[in-house]
Design a protein around this ligand. Structure first.
Ligand SMILES: Cc1ncc(COP(=O)(O)O)c(C=O)c1O
Length: 231
């Protein structure tokens, strides 16, 4: 008899990698629309620095929160580029946004809590919220309005159990880069209903047509109630 996997595996919905599994078996030049796969190579200076670090023997455990010099550099970037009022003590280095968001959902959601996602959404976040024991609720945005954030579309989905709003800005899959006014709607709701915003900003550098990416944690009163995640 095969050993039965835990129900948290069989009864949650982290099933969005099926398409990617099929894609990696296909030959030829594929354009991956099933997940974010930028076409650009990794810049040479990053490759060189990685090789140099390995050759210099940096292969052991480091500070668990992240190497202090790296956290200093990240905090400086967040102050300069993202207008976030932040120190290195408030930075945690992870292996990308999947680990960061998994840790954030696990750290802030209990069984019975609700996590509100805006549709269309990045499906992987559903599985992570469910693994944390939470129920996922969905606020559908309006295609005819360019998937803009609109208070009347979001507010009816907030209940007494809602704990978290998961925001993706710039958004995958819509490509929308939210304006300050749209982010202010989320900020107002978060403050009125005492919610945490998990802000996935993995595509902050991929914007077009002069759209300006704004970090919601830079809005007044939001630093205290936002986990901002970058890659
Ligand atoms: C919105 C969004 N968040 C997170 C990720 C995954 O980020 P990472 O590769 O840093 O784990 C992706 C990848 O497609 C994504 O589209």
């Amino acid at each position: 008899m095969p050993i039965r996997p835990a129900r948290r595996i069989t009864e949650t919905s982290p099933k969005n990698f099926g398409m990617f599994a099929k894609a990696v078996q296909m030959k030829g030049d594929l354009i991956h629309l099933e997940l974010g796969m930028p076409a650009e190579d990794t810049p040479q200076h990053i490759k060189d620095a990685t090789i140099a670090a390995l050759q210099a023997g940096h292969v052991h455990y480091s500070d668990l929160q992240g190497i202090p010099e790296l956290r200093d550099a990240i905090a400086e970037k967040l102050r300069r580029q993202n207008a976030m009022d932040i120190t290195a003590d408030e930075v945690i280095v992870t292996n990308g946004l999947t680990q960061a968001s998994f840790a954030a959902f696990m750290a802030f959601l209990d069984a019975g809590d609700e996590a509100l996602l805006l549709a269309p959404y990045y499906p992987q976040h559903i599985g992570k919220a469910e693994l944390a024991g939470a129920k996922v609720t969905i606020a559908p945005l309006d295609a005819a309005n360019g998937f803009a954030i609109n208070r009347t579309l979001l507010e009816p989905h907030i209940t007494a159990a809602t704990k978290v709003i998961a925001l993706i800005n710039p958004c995958n899959p819509t490509g929308r880069v939210y304006t300050r006014a749209e982010l202010q709607i989320i900020a107002d709701l978060a403050q009125e209903y005492d919610l945490l915003v998990l802000s996935d900003e993995v595509y902050e550098e991929i914007t077009y047509d002069n759209a300006a990416h704004i970090s919601i944690a830079s809005l007044p009163g939001m630093k205290e109630r936002t986990i901002s995640m970058f890659a």
